[in-house]
Design a protein around this ligand. Structure first.
Ligand code: IMP
Ligand code: MG
Length: 180
């Protein structure tokens, strides 16, 4: 197999060890900030590995749930987002923490924040592993950020190119020859 393996990576930007350390750091901050139960909402599929590592380090009672959304990067700045899989727990009156792999334009997240607010979450915070501030179209208040990155297409540790590479234990920049 030539394609879709870790030989396609131009540069590793965060090793498995970097990611583990970052999860510990974020979980420590989260544990200090919450004293009661947290409903942790992972956005499928990309946030899965990060969320699994993060919640195991959080020292507050945690309820885990998932949402799957599809965003259409159309011509409007509002962006159209559709819910493919909704939560199975109620968030009304709960402290909710949305976990994302990466924030790019911010359209997906700003939509989700509005949805969960309208359902009456008591508090709503966001924890993202990565953010690309240069690409932001919607301003979002993100309390927990792992790393700020440049405008590169990254894969691994949940993030994909055509659904591949999500299982890589590190984050890397994809070699251009893969998509050319
Ligand atoms: P946004 O709505 O533009 O913020 O899009 C966010 C979603 O796009 C993320 O949750 C990712 O699933 C995906 N995404 C954005 N940038 C990248 C990238 O560099 N690699 C892989 N997926 C990305
Ligand atoms: Mg995502």
């Amino acid at each position: 197999m030539e394609k879709f393996n870790d030989g396609d990576i131009k540069e590793v930007i965060y090793t498995a060890e970097d990611l583990d350390n970052k999860c510990s750091e974020l979980a420590e901050r989260i544990s200090a900030d919450y004293d009661g139960e947290i409903v942790v909402v992972g956005i499928l599929k990309g946030a899965m590995p990060f969320m699994i590592d993060l919640v195991r380090k959080i020292k507050a009672p945690v309820i885990i749930d998932f949402m799957d959304v599809k965003s259409y990067d159309g011509t409007t700045t509002t962006g159209e987002v559709r819910i493919l899989k909704d939560l199975s727990v109620k968030v009304e009156g709960k402290d909710v923490l949305i976990v994302e792999d990466i924030i790019d334009t911010g359209l997906t997240l700003s939509y989700l924040i509005e949805v969960l607010k309208s359902r009456g979450a008591k508090s709503l915070n966001v924890c993202t592993l990565l953010t690309k501030p240069a690409r932001r179209k919607k301003d979002i208040n993100v309390k927990y950020v792992g790393f700020e990155i440049e405008d590169n297409f990254v894969i691994g540790y949940g993030m994909d190119y055509n659904e591949y590479y999500r299982n890589l234990p590190y984050i890397g920049i994809l070699d251009e020859r893969v998509y050319k």
